[in-house]
Design a protein around this ligand. Sequence first.
Ligand code: F6R
Length: 239
Amino acid sequence: MKVIICENYDELSLKAFEVIKELVTSKPDCVLGLATGSSPVGLYKNMIKDHKENGTSYKDVKSYNLDEYVGIDRNDPQSYYTFMKENLFDGIDIDPANTHVPYGSTAEDCAAYEKELEKVSVDLQLLGIGQNGHIGFNEPGTPFDILTHIVDLTENTRQANARFFDDDINKVPTQAISMGIGTIMKAKKVLLVANGENKADAVKAMIEGPVDTACAASALQNHPDVTVVIDKAAASKLS
Ligand code: F6R
């Protein structure tokens, strides 16, 4: 694992952007695995700014998102599909037909998304990390070889995401469709971004802890090409 510790969120967002720009410039038809949440928002802003100012093009890029809530309409303001449109897709020239966000609630929906992913090969998978070490919505205890699946969200994750639902945990969906750890591990390269002190324990477990399903992100220790870009606060518990 390559670990880059940044002064603050702005620097982290710039460093992560440089990794994406390098890939998109050298391989204009690359396949990006994308994430939602607050961690990548600064990186997405940099991609939009660079597209507008320097013309970096995403017209041949394909994207596949990690996850989506179950039971929420695609066009609901809280859907991850809407999040991606608002925070990235509408600001760059990616072809909407080339963007993919999983959707559905059945084993068939999961198998269909996994099949889509098998047809392409993800060049870079972007990840955030949950306070409990989840990647995608792979919560503690998830087997490392699992593929796209339906997840029962933990209380911890629903609480963390209540900020997007009027701070009301009861409004947070109870399930999600998510790439599995096995799906994520197939990406050629992984780029994980994390900031803030509330991520420090998860970051430590991911990098320095045992490779154990208790911390889903610790599986990444077994991936050959992982870059972790974190701020000082998220790195504060590393030895
Ligand atoms: C998002 C995702 C989640 C988040 C994680 C961190 O698509 O799969 O694993 O990356 O929950 O979320 P933030 O960045 O909001 O702290």
